[in-house]
Ligand binder design. Structure first.
Ligand code: GLN
Length: 490
């Protein structure tokens, strides 16, 4: 029988029915990770012992007849910019080498309360700044479909390990596309929730007005299951909202009757030919399921990349000021005559990588007196105009569709020397962060050289349900999410 359910559902149901123990599922995940790490390098830390203890607790709860949580016995990997008590958290940076958080992020507490088994921390671009995971101080992660290609970024490790079927789900963070772009490059589902849907408490901040945590899974329904666990108001994060989130119910509709999908044609012109074909076929599939497809305009959307790189770097320059060699992680080796200032300078110089420094400088520049109005303020004005563009469009359609990325995965090394080219990989993803809207990437095709292609849907504020409905309907009618890289079985 062809298993169409997602891996989260399969694992959870097997544990709930007593067909498998949480321990055996966890051991299988740990074995797969160990087998794949030499090729993928998706993890910065594997917490096998903690995972087996969590799994044993789930099995004991079941034996007692206790109620099981919605993720009981499901192994989950977590991006290494999310704080895990007792497990090193580096955000891919040398400056946090040796940092072991004394507390859990709220999402970790919620995963644990739902019975999830956290197997380890995944590699990412340093402080989530990048689109390829090559900016990690611990070396790059490979794409499971082709080890010579980038898995995307910045949550590359989280995407690669789910794509390689080692774990059913993982968490990433998305500031400008860091969940959706690697999901597209690796052929899986990635969901960026509405800004405020998920608590950011314990997420190492990159750009606080844009950051959101969200799931990677193989199906839209699985993404909803994980989202429902991690979502909701948290007193530790003032921007978290109290929005009821039974998103998963939307997955059962399996049709698109009455839904309108808008396509900003002018904006997506010029994408790679295979991406264009796959995107057109996905639109046909939704039309066949009952959706109406219409052309829309999105004024100012072509300015999203510069606006994003002004606002994100400005916020980053402020957020990263706390890494001064005093309180966390790395401190430069000093001689007795060195001053405090030298300690700050050398610790930051030696601790941060090149891309992080580039962004701190850019962000400091755009916030500085004399330039603030010309750059930062201007960017905020365009951001407001962009919000209006999306609001106007979403008054006439329920969803906006674009490819997730203009091309399939690029080669490792291909863009490292050219930051601007790297930034352009985010052209279709940064807007959702700037305007706060939820968006999902779904696998919708393969390039001629067998690299996955993703399609992105954006919905109204708090309307993750429609993303999941459209995703589940599409996945009931397509097989792209069932394809696995050869490495998964190896
Ligand atoms: N690639 C984008 C950047 O480099 C987005 C990163 C992210 O979403 N964390 O900033």
């Amino acid at each position: 029988m062809n298993e169409r359910r997602g891996h989260v559902e399969v694992a959870r149901d097997a544990v709930a029915r007593g067909e498998r123990t949480a321990e055996s599922i966890t051991r299988a995940a740990l074995d797969a990770i160990a087998r794949q790490e030499p090729s993928l390098a998706a993890f910065t830390a594997v917490s096998a012992e903690q995972a087996l203890t969590q799994a044993a607790a789930v099995d004991a709860a079941r034996a007692r007849g206790a109620a099981l949580g919605p993720l009981a016995g499901v192994p989950v990997a977590v991006k290494d910019n999310i704080c895990t008590k007792g497990v090193p958290t580096t955000a891919g940076s040398k400056i946090l080498a040796g940092f072991v958080p004394p507390y859990n992020a709220t999402v970790i507490e919620r995963l644990a309360a739902a019975g999830a088994v956290i197997v380890g921390k995944t590699n990412c671009d340093e402080f989530a700044m990048g689109s390829s995971t090559e900016n990690s101080a611990f070396g790059p992660t490979a794409n499971p479909w082709s080890l010579a290609h980038a898995p995307g970024g910045s949550s590359g490790g989280s995407a690669a390990t789910v794509a390689a079927r080692a774990v059913p789900a993982s968490l990433g963070s998305d500031t400008g596309g860091s969940i959706r772009q690697p999901a597209a490059f690796c052929g899986i589902v990635g969901l960026k929730p509405t800004y405020g849907r998920v608590s950011r408490y314990g997420l190492l901040a990159y750009a606080s007005s844009l950051d959101q945590i969200g799931p990677f899974t193989t199906t839209a329904e699985d993404a909803a299951i994980v989202l429902d666990v991690i979502a909701g108001r948290d007193p530790h994060d003032a921007t978290s909202a109290d929005q009821p989130a039974p998103v998963v119910d939307a997955a059962t509709t399996r049709d698109m009757q009455g839904l309108r999908i808008g396509v900003p044609r002018a904006f997506i012109e010029g994408v790679d030919a295979a991406v264009e074909r796959a995107f057109a076929a996905a639109l046909d599939a939704w039309r066949a399921l009952g959706a109406t497809i219409v052309d829309i305009a999105l004024p100012n959307v072509s300015l999203a990349i510069p606006v994003y790189y002004l606002i994100a770097t400005a916020e980053a320059s402020s957020n990263l000021a706390r890494y001064d060699g005093v309180r966390y992680g790395y401190r430069a080796t000093l001689s007795p005559q060195d001053t405090l200032r030298t300690m700050y300078e050398r610790s930051r110089d030696e601790g941060f990588g090149a891309e992080v420094k580039r962004r701190i400088m850019l962000g400091t520049y755009v916030l500085s007196a004399g330039y603030y109005d010309a750059y930062y303020l201007k960017a905020q004005q365009v951001r407001a105009a962009l919000r209006d563009s999306y609001a106007a469009a979403l008054a006439t359609v329920d969803l906006i569709a674009t490819p997730t990325t203009p091309t399939p995965a690029f080669r490792l090394g291909e863009k490292v020397a050219d930051p601007l080219q790297m930034y352009l990989a985010d052209i279709f993803t940064v807007s959702a962060n700037l305007v706060g809207l939820p968006a999902i990437s779904l696998p919708c095709g393969m390039s001629p050289d067998r690299l996955p292609i993703g399609c992105q849907l954006t919905a109204r504020m708090w309307d993750e349900a429609t993303l999941v409905r459209a995703g589940a309907a599409y996945q009931a009618a397509s097989d792209w999410h069932l394809m696995t890289p050869a490495l998964a079985g190896a």
